[in-house]
Design a protein around this ligand. Sequence first.
Ligand code: UDP
Length: 248
Amino acid sequence: MNKPAPVRILNAQILPLTSKQLLENLHDGLLVTPNIDHLMILEHDDEFRRCYSEAEWVVCDSRIIYFCSQLLSKPLPEAIPGSSFFTAYYTYHRNDPGCRIFLLGAAPGIAAEARRRINLSVGREIIVGEYSPVKGFEHDPEESERMIRAIAVSEATVVAVGLGAPKQEKWIVAHRHRLPDVHLWMAIGATIDFEAGNVRRAPLIMQRLGLEWLYRFTQEPRRLFRRYFINDIRFFPLFIWRHLIRRR
Ligand code: UDP
């Protein structure tokens, strides 16, 4: 597939793809799934911007970004929430023995439970390994070595990394050259928690209305208050100013 020209929203160049197109064409590279929180981090974090520029696949995770894009001359065709897409991805590859997935992230025991549940639903060992890094792994080179070793011995071809943004994207970009047999990297946020049944996703109607963030907020208000009501709220004036008033 020739990738379509990206749609720029603030500092992200987002591919206008449907989830079907992504499923059929996603074979290698790095997939990142911008939401409003990512866009706000991209405003001030150069290293995160570099990760985004190195990612081969940048698709819109957020219904709110999707709705906003409808006000632009080149709108996005769909929102592709990373968590729904990951389920679609392993289901699509259920009979493809070349697809062997490693889960990296979430609290101890959670990734193992996600692995058990996914393998049960797919009917084969599509998840070949998992590892939950210790807190502070990003400052601990020895822990990164353990993460790399665990992935290497699993013989995975795909690694799904759920360590929260921007840590997950930064870790992938810093280490993917060490694992040449992995052809696809996906940064998937809280998806491992959802797959394990540890955290519930919002009801479908809330997802459709762009209210998934509100549901997550009610589940973890202390952690998410700052993210949603202080950091992310700035998205709206920035979007209006840059894309609707200045139109640059
Ligand atoms: N996480 C982790 N190690 C860390 C920080 C986060 O394993 O040092 C995991 C956390 O347990 C959760 C996931 O990262 O499963 C995503 O967290 P968050 O809610 O921030 O993700 P997002 O909003 O990006 O989906």
